[in-house]
Design a protein around this ligand. Structure first.
Ligand SMILES: CC(C)(COP(=O)(O)OP(=O)(O)OC[C@H]1O[C@@H](n2cnc3c(N)ncnc32)[C@H](O)[C@@H]1OP(=O)(O)O)[C@@H](O)C(=O)NCCC(=O)NCCS
Length: 148
């Protein structure tokens, strides 16, 4: 049994551990706990962004997380959302937690007036791509480029 709630600073060590697991399966990212802690703190401090967690009703342990950030889209003529991190702890997958986290993020985005949500997924992460498709997300023709 779990609940979905907004993250607090007390959750950060558990969130960093989940991001470690997430970056281990995404070839474009590497784990640096100081950077991830800093990024999470910035998200917590921002009214335009949100970190949702799934927490155990038994002991408040964090079972999963989902982050959403606000961007401005000229294409949409207004704010849109970027879903940057979604992960459920390995032992708690296939219990509906990922779907509930995603639904909460979508609901929040709608309440904020965001006109669209988008995300990047590793092209080799077939399980996640299947999951998003089942949740009604569509692939696009875009590719991601980066300059460091
Ligand atoms: C992708 C991910 C977030 C999905 O989270 P999840 O909690 O396992 O997802 P859900 O349980 O909501 O749904 C997944 C599956 O469980 C099924 N399910 C949902 N509730 C269920 C329940 N009560 N009992 C059994 N199965 C259930 C769903 O139908 C779905 O079926 P599928 O296995 O055929 O796809 C999770 O697998 C994960 O953390 N993966 C690693 C990180 C990752 O790849 N993140 C995405 C980065 S872009």
């Amino acid at each position: 049994m779990f609940t979905i709630r907004t993250a607090t600073s007390a959750d950060i060590p558990q969130l960093v551990a989940l991001l470690n697991a997430l970056f281990a399966i995404e070839a474009d990212f590497y784990f640096d706990p100081d950077k991830q802690t800093h990024g999470l703190n910035l998200l917590l401090a921002s009214a335009k962004d949100r970190i949702f967690v799934a927490a155990s009703l038994k002991d408040n342990k964090v079972l999963g997380l989902c982050t959403v950030q606000t961007l401005i889209s000229t294409a949409e003529g207004g704010p849109v959302g970027l879903l940057e991190d979604l992960i459920v702890a390995a032992n708690f997958r296939h219990q509906g937690i990922g779907a509930k986290l995603l639904a909460e993020a979508v609901n929040w985005a709608e309440c904020q007036g965001l006109k669209r949500l988008q995300l990047l997924a590793d092209k080799n992460n077939g399980a996640a791509l299947d999951f998003y498709q089942k949740q009604g997300w569509q692939a696009t023709q875009l590719v991601c480029l980066r300059k460091c």
